[in-house]
Design a protein around this ligand. Structure first.
Ligand code: SAM
Length: 247
């Protein structure tokens, strides 16, 4: 069935045109961005990879969840120019902490002046390196082959297991499952894992799409969907937001 303005192949029942208007309406009505957030979005749109920027409504939802939970500790896995780190930090008190992980040293520096402008630069602890290591490191797990350390014991030793309120997963897709498992260990009961890009522009429902990233996201969605360790909501927000609430 063609997209004739009333219905389309994907069963949304309305055309893209209506959908885009609706998304604009949602943003117009509900977005409450600070000057620093607006500016960071503007400067990011000038970057060649600006499509990586996270969705403003999605991030605002996570910020609101942090505020409503009196949250203090957050993992931001995939920083890019720092919009998610900034927005999550704005949902925390002054003694809160965002551990922000990225492999790239250059792009987060785009956001740093805006973190400062928003008064949250001291809340954001930027860790440059592969996020898998950073998360393990923050749990004092040694990955060197000559030392065998029980992962759970090491977490307990460091006192970080079960202490985070939220993890936002938005880095390399093929490591999503690892980030999910690491985050689940680091979260307290009731803590929230938000996984970005879980609809992956609709590619997850295209069975013929066997790209590595698509397959990784599809598999993780299926796993989280029936994971007894969490309660789940998959939201059609941004590029798809999977919320997993640790039981
Ligand atoms: C989609 S962007 C993150 C967008 C960001 N959350 C925002 O709000 O705009 C993905 C980021 O993951 C980072 N990344 C890719 N592989 C990584 C890895 N192995 N460890 C840590 N970060 C990684 C990239 O450098 C990139 O900045």
């Amino acid at each position: 069935m063609a997209d004739n303005g009333i219905t389309n192949d994907f069963g949304w029942g309305k055309s893209y045109w209506i959908r885009n208007k609706i998304f604009k309406y949602i943003d117009d009505i509900s977005l409450r961005l600070t000057d620093a957030q607006v500016r960071l979005r503007e400067v990011t749109f000038n970057q060649p990879m600006c499509r990586m920027l996270s969705d403003a409504s999605e991030m605002q939802l996570l910020q609101n969840l942090l505020i409503s939970q009196n949250a203090k500790k957050v993992l931001d896995i995939g920083v890019y120019t720092g919009y998610s780190a900034l927005t999550l930090a704005l949902g925390l008190p002054k003694d809160g902490k965002v551990i922000a992980c990225d492999i790239d040293e250059e792009m987060p520096s785009v956001g740093k002046p805006l973190w400062k402008q928003a008064g949250v630069e001291d809340i954001i602890d930027l860790r440059i390196g592969p996020a898998v290591d950073t998360l393990s490191e923050s749990c004092h797990v040694m990955s060197t082959p000559h030392r065998i350390i029980n992962f759970s014991d090491a977490l307990l030793e460091n006192g970080e297991e079960g202490s985070y309120d939220m993890a936002f997963i938005d880095a390399d897709k093929t490591s999503y499952d690892t980030y999910y498992e690491q985050s689940l260990k680091l979260l307290r009961r009731g803590g929230i894992i938000a996984v970005d890009n879980t609809l992956w522009s609709g590619k997850v429902i295209d069975d013929e799409n066997t790209e590595e990233d698509t397959v990784a996201i599809r598999k993780l969605n299926q796993k989280i969907g029936k994971d007894p360790r969490v309660n789940v909501s998959l939201l059609m927000l941004g590029d798809g937001t999977m919320l997993a609430f640790k039981k």
